[in-house]
Structure formats: C-alpha cells, structure tokens
Write a protein that binds this ligand. Structure first.
Ligand code: NAD
Length: 433
C-alpha cells in the first residue's frame, strides 16, 4: 500500500518504519524542517530500542521516505495516518486539537482517489466527525473515510509493540474503510486480536485504557503509603496481587508517580470530557489529584533526608519519565527536581538517554553529569528517579565514598537495599519501612 504518515514523533516514526518493513511505500511528513533534514540524512530523531537499525534498512530499501510537503506524501496514498501531537491546551487542559485540525485541512486538497484518513493521535470522542467535516469543507469532491486507529505503543518498546501489539482497535463507520484497514494490518492476521468497533467507541477505548492504567499506578502508590505506615512491603503486596490473573502484575510498581507524554494529559482530557457530558469520573479526578501531590511528597522526602544542610547537593539518577526512552515530558524526575530547586537545593543529574531533552527544559538550573558515577561526588543524597536497570550495576560502595552524606533515596525500588545498608548507606525506598 501507499501510506502517508503526518507527524514523525514517538508514534509516527516507529509506525512508519514498521509499516515500511512490511513492504509498504511509506512517506513520513513533518512540518518540522530540522526533523525531516535529520531523517533524510539517515539519522532517527528519537531514541527507541532497535529503531536505528530498522530505520536504516527501510530507508536503504527505498520503502521509507521523508518530506515536509503534504502534496508529495498524500498524493496517491491509500491510507493517510494522522500522528500529530495532542498536548494539553495551555489554558483549558483539554486535548489541544489545533495540530489535528491544521493537518486535516492541509492534507485535504491532496487526496486523490479513495483514501482512508486514519487517526492514530489520541483524540476526544467525536474528533472523527470533526476531521470528516474539515476535509469535506476543504475538498468537497474528495472520496474518503475517517477511521479511528488508536495507538497503544509504549515509549521505550515502540518497535516491539508495533510488531507484537496486544490488540489492534479500529473505529470504522463504513465497511469500505474497514476493508482497507484489514489490508493494512494483514501481516498481523491470526497473530493479534483485531477489534472493529464504532468510531466513537474506538476513540473512547484509548482514553478509557490509559486512564485505567494511570489509576492502577496510583492505586499501588496509595497502597505503598499504606504499607509504609502498617509495616507491610509494597513489593510483596504487588507480587501477591499480580498473581491473580484478574489483576495482573503490570503497572503495579510503586514509584514517584506516573508521568510521560500520555497518562497525565489523557487522564486530564478524559476527566474534562466527563464534565462536558455531565458525568462525574470521580476515580480519574482523584487519580490526577493524588498523582500531582505524590511528586511534591517525593521531593519532601528527599529534603527530609538532608534536613539541616544548607543548599544541599542532590545527585539524581534518571531524568526520563521511565527507562528505555529519552522523553522527559511530565517526567516525575523533572517535576521533583523543580520542587527541590525551589526549596534551594542544588542538583547534579545523570540519565542514559534524556540529558539533551532535560537540558532543553531545565537549562542551567542544574548541573549535568556525563557518567552516572559523577552524581555521587560531594552529594548529600543520591535519588534514583528513573528505573534504568544499569543503575543496579553501579559500584555504590566505591562511589558512596565520594559522597558527603551516604544516603540513597531509591524511589523506583530498584536497588538492593539490604546490601547498601550493610556498607553504611542510609537507604529509603517506596512502600517499605
Ligand atoms: P510528538 O510531539 O513526538 O510528534 C508529533 C509530530 O507531529 C511533531 O514532529 C510535529 O512537528 C508534527 N506535526 C504537528 N503538526 C503537523 C502538521 N500539520 N503537519 C506535519 N507534521 C505536524 O507526538 P507523539 O508522542 O508521537 O504523539 C502523537 C500522538 O500519539 C498524540 O496524540 C499522543 O497522545 C498519541 N500517542 C502517543 C504515544 C507515545 O508513547 N508518545 C503512545 C500512544 C499514543
């Protein structure tokens, strides 16, 4: 098939690479000229495990191309995939639809022949109707259908999830569009559950799923608070709960709160959609409130560990919102750091992939370390805020000797606490006394 993908971010690029690897002719379109120049020069613009290799392979095979021109990409396409951002609106905090609407208007004049416009961006219910109207208005003779094709990939596992998704959901209001989507996903037939539903159901499935997962994380974080008071161990509790197949063990890791480019904005958008339709989504609203408070609480715990120290130096291991990605959007680490700076702390931070993105946000407000061990030097406490598995391998005994205070705040429950305590560290983790 000939496929155009509008938006080459964390969703658009891995999707383009994956679809091209099946032999489709894929053109990735982005209005960001710097991104397109970099991609044309053979360099992926994001970090994802395994992406660079497959990216180069598909580019060399001629199946994956890049352009800033809508015309070049959309002309003759069987499927046009929308993968532009839907960040929270700066004032209302609802999903900001300006990129979706602009892209729909820009693509419309270039539709040739029957085209399926498939929306992979996370969008409020009834966006499909709005996109349909925009295209119709801009190009009244266009022959097209709008489909909701929500994306469930996890950053850090984008390619893995592209090739082995738990399910594919497509919201198609016509049989003709459903046929095109079936062809698009033919390589998954017999391997992955494919669910064809009404367009509005599909749009809802995405938000309802993300809000549920966010609630699950918040639930175990509240249990962690309980365990700390009651003398239980949240890791043991989570393990015991997760063995129940009805619950499952994923998204039950207690930590510093959820973050990233999806859960915070999607829970907020879902809660506001509830308000719009007069439905009190109280569980989601409480999750949002509790998660915001959690990051403040984490910063407070770190400060308690260095009480009495003037302008404490806090070493931070991890800036990305989770391991395996360079994304710092709404990262708990970044928010905790901001709170700590406000309280007069000095920060020296390290991350395996996210240093550059963090610099764009925090600038010279903090110091950046180029090796994990550098955050220990002179630090009053070191906080583990992203669960990079490499942190487990660090020689804490050796680096601890470089610290001013031998203290570790392990807010990802990553390290061997007993071992650290044995070699003289004051050690704190989540959900265990
Ligand atoms: P992103 O910000 O990384 O990328 C969006 C890209 O779209 C940018 O490169 C931007 O320049 C481009 N763009 C915007 N308007 C354009 C236009 N008119 N023409 C051409 N290009 C345009 O966003 P993302 O993280 O890939 O997310 C995209 C969508 O997918 C969002 O709705 C998000 O909620 C959803 N989603 C994201 C993830 C994730 O893990 N990041 C997972 C599932 C769903």
């Amino acid at each position: 098939m000939k496929i155009a993908i509008i938006g080459t971010g964390y969703v658009g690029l891995p999707t383009g690479v994956g679809l091209a690897s099946f032999g489709n002719d894929v053109v990735c379109i982005d209005k960001d000229e710097a991104k397109i120049s970099m991609l044309k020069a053979g360099k992926p613009t994001i970090y994802e495990d395994g992406l660079e290799e497959l990216f180069l392979k598909t580019v060399q095979s001629g199946k994956l191309k890049f352009t800033t021109s809508m015309k070049e990409g959309v002309n003759g396409a069987d499927v046009v995939i929308l993968a532009v951002g839907t960040p929270p609106h700066p004032e209302t905090k609802e999903a900001d639809m300006r990129y979706i609407y602009a892209a729909s208007e820009e693509l419309a004049p270039h539709i040739t022949g029957y085209t399926v416009v498939a929306n992979k961006s996370t969008v409020p219910v009834s966006t499909g109707d709005a996109v349909e109207s925009i295209i119709k208005k801009a190009n009244p003779t266009a022959d097209f259908d709008v489909v909701s094709l929500p994306e469930f990939l996890r950053e850090g596992y984008a390619l893995h999830d592209f090739f082995a998704p738990d399910r594919i959901v497509a919201g198609c209001n016509t049989a003709r569009a459903a046929k095109v989507i079936k062809t698009l996903y033919a390589p998954f037939e017999g391997k992955t559950e494919m669910l064809f539903v009404k367009r509005k159901s599909s749009e809802t499935i995405k938000y309802a799923s993300n809000a549920f997962l966010a609630m699950k994380i918040h639930y175990i974080n509240e249990m962690a608070d309980f365990c700390e008071k009651a003398g239980a161990d949240v890791d043991e509790v989570a393990k015991g709960m997760g063995l129940d197949k009805r619950i499952g063990n994923r998204f039950l890791n207690a930590g510093p709160g959820f973050g990233g480019s999806c859960f915070p904005k999607d829970t907020m958008a879902m809660a506001l959609m509830g308000e719009k339709y007069g439905v009190d989504l109280s569980l989601i609203k409480q999750t949002i409130k509790g998660n915001a408070a959690r990051k403040l609480k984490m910063a407070g715990r770190i400060l308690d560990m260095v009480q009495g120290v003037e302008k404490p130096l806090i070493g931070v291991l991890g800036l990305a919102f989770k391991n395996g990605t360079d994304d710092v959007r709404e990262s708990p680490a970044m928010e905790i750091i901001s709170h700590l700076i406000e309280k007069g702390a000095r920060i020296k931070a390290f991350d395996y992939q996210a240093l550059e993105n963090a610099k764009k946000v925090l600038g010279d407000k903090i110091e950046y370390a180029f090796k994990a061990e550098d955050v220990f030097e002179g630090a009053d406490v070191v906080a583990v805020l992203t669960e990079w598995p490499q942190f487990k391998e660090l020689d804490f005994e050796k680096f601890g000797a470089l610290m001013k205070g031998k203290k570790i705040a392990d807010f990802r429950n990553l390290l061997d606490g007993a071992k650290l305590k044995k070699v003289g560290f004051e050690y704190q983790r989540i959900g265990i006394l």
